[in-house]
Design a protein around this ligand. Structure first.
Ligand code: TYD
Length: 405
């Protein structure tokens, strides 16, 4: 297919088969559901890595249940991000900040006391209501040149636009950059945080592939995209959050700021490591992990052991569906998000229960589908008195974290 950044030919690197939208949890096992292909391709011309088939925004967001989890790790990340943006002069106490894909408003709520004004923009109505109820002013809309115009009328030229883990959720990446360009003040900053393609590839995170993730950005592909809109990458920041993320800081190319040496440094590392061989290894490792994990779970079950999943995550749904695991193999999934509890994971039809419910009769093993919160979750489970359940960590290769008896 065609690269949606630069229009060159893109080539397939991995086909994970068909999967339902990963955040569309079902109210009942009988609810109708559709599956769509999950195929990833890359573009040699600009380094873009993209999902071949995009779902319409309507299909993705009509039943959207993703709510930013309440997590210690995330709070620490917000703190680090605020420190980084402030100490580098990207954010000031009087800055007007617009967050795109602001979800339930956790980051803006954190930012609010440190800046002049915050405004969230999010397309999921149910999620916007939660944000507003918590005191975060939120516009319920997609971020595009039209809504950007309306936002500009409301708050004026913006100093900082933040897009955290939502920038890849749009089939046409040009729309969001165009919107940002029209809303930003002359020397404003566009801060984009996303899973970093180099980490996704190097850590075998094939489960990060689902329909919301229509792009897997690298420094190279982000620079190619920004260039097409008169923008320039001026700085970046790497974080271990969500299995390895990158925070891009972009500004208008004409605003005079030169890219920091950090950008050159990490671009050179990326050039060496994000190779055709690396993509091939990533694809074959995905199939190897499927084999190993499936064998392990079958073995445990034939031994009479119970296995639940921990984390009703989007990536967990990719993993379960790629492995062909269902409620026949894994009866329950544990998650602390109230909107997910009592629902069923798409296609695998595994019921989601609360952490408190799980604690009353814990399984022998948890398949940790929220592996990005590994330390936090294992510590919490142990502190609450469960020394019995062992944890199966799927990525980068399946391994077990045993219980301390
Ligand atoms: P997330 O990391 O956002 O994954 P994805 O982007 O793949 O959907 O989701 C983490 C999930 O894990 C979320 O649904 C909440 C859940 N969770 C718990 O159940 N307990 C916890 O202690 C933490 C930190 C998360």
């Amino acid at each position: 297919m065609v690269c949606r950044i630069c229009n060159s030919e893109a080539r397939e690197i991995l086909d994970l088969g068909f999967s339902p939208p990963a955040n569309s949890l079902l109210k009942s096992r009988a609810d109708p559901q559709e599956s769509y292909p999950l195929v990833v391709e890359t573009c040699d011309a600009c380094g873009n890595m993209q999902l071949r088939d995009c779902l319409s925004a309507h299909d993705l967001y009509k039943n959207y249940l993703y709510a930013t989890p309440d997590s210690k790790l995330l709070s620490q990340h917000y703190e680090r991000l605020l420190e980084y943006l402030s100490s580098n002069g990207y954010l000031h106490t009087d800055s007007v900040v617009v967050e795109v894909g602001s979800n339930v408003g956790l980051f803006l709520k954190y930012l609010k006391p440190h800046v002049g004004r915050v405004l969230g923009v999010d397309p999921a109505a149910n999620i916007c209501e939660i944000a507003r109820a918590s005191g975060v002013d939120t516009i319920c809309d997609f971020f595009d040149p039209n809504s950007a115009k309306a936002i500009r009328k409301q708050v004026g030229a913006t100093d900082v636009i933040v897009a955290r883990h939502c920038f890849a959720h749009n089939c046409d990446p040009h729309v969001m950059v165009q919107a940002a360009v029209s809303l930003l003040g002359e020397s404003g900053f566009f801060v984009i945080e996303n899973a970093y393609a180099l980490n996704t590839i190097a850590n075998n995170e094939f489960d990060q592939i689902y329909h919301e993730h229509m792009f897997y950005f690298s420094i190279r592909s982000m620079e190619a995209l920004l260039r097409l809109h008169g923008m320039r990458l001026v700085d970046l920041f790497l974080s271990s959050i969500h299995g390895g993320s990158i925070v891009f800081v972009a500004q208008r190319a004409g605003s005079g700021k030169l890219p920091k040496a950090t950008v050159d440094h990490y671009r050179a590392i990326e050039e060496k490591e994000l190779t055709t061989d690396a993509y091939q290894r990533f694809a074959s490792n995905a199939f190897a992990i499927r084999e190993q994990l499936r064998r392990l779970i079958d073995l445990l079950r034939s031994d009479g052991k119970t296995v639940y999943t921990y984390g009703a995550t989007a990536k967990g749904n990719t993993l379960l569906n790629f492995l062909g695991l269902t409620s026949q193999d894994i009866p329950l999934c544990v998650d602390n998000t109230p909107t997910k509890q009592g629902r069923f994971l798409p296609r695998s039809l595994i019921e989601v229960i609360s952490e408190e419910q799980a604690a009353t009769d814990p399984p022998d093993y948890y398949l940790l589908t929220a592996w990005n919160y590994k330390d936090e979750i294992i510590e919490k489970v142990r502190q609450r008195g469960n020394q019995h359940s062992e944890f199966i960590i799927p990525i980068p290769f399946p391994h077990i974290v045993e219980a301390r008896h």
